[in-house]
Design a protein around this ligand. Sequence first.
Ligand SMILES: *Cc1c(COP(=O)(O)O)cnc(C)c1O
Length: 383
Amino acid sequence: MEKFLPYGRQEISEEDIRAVTEVLKSDWLTTGPMVPKFEAAFSEFTKAPHSVAVSSGTAALHAAMFALDIKAGDEVIVPSLTFAATANAVVYQGGTPVFTEIKPADLLIDPNDVEKRITKRTKAIVAVDYAGNPCDYDSLKSIASKHGVALVADACHAIGGNYHGKPVGTLADISCFSFHPVKHITTAEGGMVTAMKEEYAARAKLFRNHGITTDHRERSEKGLLNYEMVELGFNYRLNDILCALGLSQLSKLKEWVARRNEIAKKYRELFRGNELISCLAECPGVYNAYHLFVVKVDFARAAITREKLYLKLKENKIGMSFHYPLVHLHPYYRKKFQTKEGALPITEAENSKIISLPMYPGLTNQDVSRISEVLINLLNQNG
Ligand SMILES: *Cc1c(COP(=O)(O)O)cnc(C)c1O
């Protein structure tokens, strides 16, 4: 009997388990030495000058919006083809997300459309490296600097990726990462903010610790009894147990991203020339981190709907997924921001075609062949 192939899954090694149990036996379970250790290793990996560990990718996005001082009346340009958290972070701060179109070939934010949506109120652009493919940062950076707005990367899909020789994490003013188990490396729940400017990193650090200027360990080391809260922050800390897990996972990242690229290459070979399935465009000069393997299906001509395909693949022990239901069409956004269908015709049309196929380093070439075979058969079956 075949084993079920989910769309994504973590890999935990004996080394990871050892790293975690060592912290459990140590003095510091949180705000301890593993936090700066993980941050330093993350900066070394991404070449980002500053890294701040937080409790989730969502917390990282929220901290980015706080660092940029987004507030009521401010607009932030975001794609709708993303996880809701990208836009929610803007709303947490009282700002207004302004949804922008994507390019049909790679489903990444379209710089021309972004520029059209800039107003006097625009404070930032959030680029989502959808499926692991870094956005067109050269164009986005020049638009951002021309209009004096900040550029944020929601790089939750793209750690380990690279854009014209520059690593993901250094491509925007602030970049946000997630360590949820379906992402490249995991701490169960966790995230990271990387910043090019020290000022943004300092604000993110303040924000993750209630807006208090010192943490427990700093006060203990410096012999300080008192402390001050200077901003309204949250408890968004990533504890030492999880930082140790993240540090251990990070040592595998390069290898895992390489394996994801091999899997993607295999999928692309197997789908080449297929009339019903098309893969997303490969961008020259870019190293895709392949968080997801997304394909577009011509459902108008296929023998099956997307919902039925999902159920049939499940019967065949294959975990298809869908990234994502569009943010501007969620009931919350329709109600709060009066967004509606038809607002983003390109995004909406592309969204009706996409599916995500299993993608994680543990997938074998045989698994990829089986997935492709079953998918092609289901799309071509009559009745
Ligand atoms: C996973 C993800 C997030 C949120 O990360 P969490 O760690 O689950 O909070 C935000 N944006 C994108 C694009 C993501 O994929």
